[in-house]
Write a protein that binds this ligand. Structure first.
Ligand code: SF4
Length: 479
């Protein structure tokens, strides 16, 4: 079980540069998104969110039907569909395919699903050379890091760091100007595109009624990856489906706005199978790999399956006060921020990182901005409860268990609760501006609350409780 990464988090918190980079980048995205979903620019924004939620709910509830429909359409267009239970099966397929096609060079566009099972590293173990072609992914592949953010993988790196990295790994002269760095990457990647035998892409959406794979990108590398090599492999999670092409009118409007604050991404590609006889470009072979990797386990949970509605826009990360402080590398898996906190425990088991569902202030900003209206705070609470149940089974923290049992009992007896409050505020008084524990209950300073109290304290109890104030107000209003 990975331990709580306290040291790494403390390092991030004390790194002023990193704090500034994350705050500035996410802040910029917050402003851009806000402008584009405002009442004046997009008056039907909330209806679009409702619609997106309805479509996703319907699709996920009928996933078996739509997956079969998708498969038959892809096959009809000359493509092949592979069903993979996990990343191991995907890697086996790709290794075999590369051997058949006598190639070891693979170009790849950005895809979070392949990060789930460390595809690049696993292919490299088999002597293959997968090359990331999205600029951010290209940078972090050279740096041997995992994405810092779902949408902006190299958000944490400065152009000076990139300059050093390019010089070290590519043997080029040091270049600090971003446009020139892009040119360097383009020169390297152009050769890779021309010589790769296989191109791998992800998919933003899969349209069941037509078998189309939809990719929304900003750099054009997705198009190059899917058309230049002779073989195109799409790897997508089984939840990426939408039933009809017209549903895209809803999702494409929401995706770019929520992700990068654009009305649409620069490129939106619709791909359906290999090149037809009358077409001038496109791959000769087309494979669609549909990956489970824990998704059906999630699907089986009626309450939490809404996590599968996620379209990976990253908006919940940008608005999350926790992500914005601890950044993307302190989460235990490839998905960070609120979406990471709800899907990682469900994919990997809650006891893998039991602290994760608690890494939230439950402020609700994530749910407010989620374009498909996933109830993230509610799911976090359900997962917290799963963690507690699992701990209870293991009899781990009997003290916490006892405290919460007592608390639950008190909450079921409102009269006693109120009486306790009244007695508490009469007895537990602290000096003006002073905290309760440090001044009145010092014995807690050495107990299990020691670490908690180091940084904070309980404010003194107010003279009147909320209930008393409410009763007084009602009384006044009646007269
Ligand atoms: S949970 Fe919602 S806001 Fe977060 S990445 Fe997924 S779709 Fe976007």
């Amino acid at each position: 079980m990975p331990a709580f990464p306290l040291v790494k988090i403390e390092e991030t918190l004390s790194n002023d540069y990193l704090q500034n980079a994350v705050y500035t980048s996410t802040g910029r995205l917050i402003v851009k998104r806000k402008d584009l979903v405002s009442e004046t620019v997009l008056p039907d924004y909330q209806e679009l969110r409702d619609q997106a939620n309805r479509i996703k709910r319907h699709t996920i509830d009928n996933l078996d039907y739509y997956l079969e429909q998708l498969e038959s359409k892809v096959v009809e267009h000359g493509g092949k569909v592979l069903w993979c239970r996990d990343g191991g099966e995907v890697v086996d397929f790709l290794v075999k395919l590369a051997a058949e096609k006598n190639t070891n060079l693979i170009v790849k566009s950005k895809s979070m699903v392949t990060e789930e099972f460390g595809m690049n590293e696993r292919l490299a173990e088999h002597g293959l050379e997968p090359v990331e072609t999205d600029l951010g992914e290209f940078i972090i592949q050279l740096a041997h890091e995992k994405p810092y953010h779902i949408v902006l993988p190299a958000l944490h790196m400065t152009r000076y760091q990139v300059a050093d990295l390019f010089t070290e790994k590519l043997g080029v002269e040091r270049e600090e100007v971003i446009e020139k760095q892009t040119k360097i990457a383009r020169t390297v990647l152009r050769q890779k595109f021309l010589h790769a035998g296989i191109g791998i892409t992800g998919a933003n959406f899969l349209v069941a009624e037509s078998g189309a794979v939809v990719m929304a990108t900003n750099e054009g590398n997705g198009r190059f990856t899917s058309t230049a090599p002779k073989v195109h492999v799409v790897i997508a999670g089984i939840e990426k489906l939408v039933p009809r092409a017209k549903d895209l009118a809803t999702f494409l409007k929401l995706l770019a706005r929520s992700a990068t604050g654009q009305p649409l991404t620069v490129y939106t590609s619709f791909l359906s199978g290999p090149r037809r006889p009358n077409e001038i470009d496109g791959p000769e072979e087309f494979y669609l790999v549909l990956l489970d990797n824990g998704r059906t386990k999630l699907l089986a949970d009626r309450e939490k399956r809404q996590s599968l509605y996620c379209i990976r826009c990253g908006s919940c990360l940008n608005h999350c006060p926790v992500y914005r402080k601890i950044g993307g590398h302190n989460y235990p898996w490839v998905y960070s921020g609120p979406i990471g906190s709800i899907i990682t425990p469900q994919y990997q088991g809650v006891m893998q990182s039991p602290w994760l569902p608690f890494a939230s202030s439950l402020c609700g900003a994530c749910a407010e901005v989620c374009p498909v209206k996933i109830e993230i705070p509610k799911l976090l609470l359900l997962l917290r409860s799963d963690v507690n149940k699992a701990k209870e089974k293991e009899h781990k923290n009997w003290l916490e268990h006892l405290i919460f049992r007592g608390w639950a009992w008190l909450m079921r007896h409102p009269k006693l609760f109120e009486l306790g409050g009244m007695m508490g505020s009469a007895v537990l008084t602290a000096p003006e501006g002073g905290g309760l524990i440090r001044n009145v209950l010092p014995f807690f300073r050495v107990g299990p609350l020691k670490a908690w109290i180091k940084e904070r304290d309980l404010p003194p109890l107010p003279e009147k409780s909320f209930r008393q104030l409410w009763r007084e107000r009602v009384r006044v209003e009646k007269h």
